[in-house]
Design a protein around this ligand. Structure first.
Ligand code: SF4
Length: 94
């Protein structure tokens, strides 16, 4: 995979990156908007795969990761239905 190219198509291009890191942690009210943005992102799967493989921290592919693993703490605001939508998007084509 070209590690830079997918970022060109990112829905968050031009956004304050802190929205996906410290601000996501600190301002719970912001999380649904960030979640929705990622859910609409055409490179959601590339983003998630990079976050996991590089053992990243912060929001990757719409999922808050800690050391490349799904964070329980920062995913707790989501409903089961919301998670189902996320996993479906991350694991199926199109
Ligand atoms: S999935 Fe979210 S964090 Fe990743 S590139 Fe898309 S909008 Fe940005």
């Amino acid at each position: 995979m070209d590690h830079g190219k997918w970022k060109e198509q990112a829905a968050c291009k031009g956004y304050d990156v802190e929205l996906f890191f410290d601000k996501y942690e600190e301002e719970q009210a912001l999380r649904p908007a960030m979640d929705a943005l990622c859910q609409s992102c055409p490179v959601m799967r590339d983003c998630f795969a990079n976050g996991v493989s590089l053992k990243e921290y912060g929001v990757w592919g719409g999922v808050f990761l800690e050391n490349g693993k799904v964070s329980r703490e920062f995913g707790r605001h989501r409903t089961k239905a919301d998670w189902a939508t996320v996993w479906k998007s991350l694991t199926t084509d199109g």
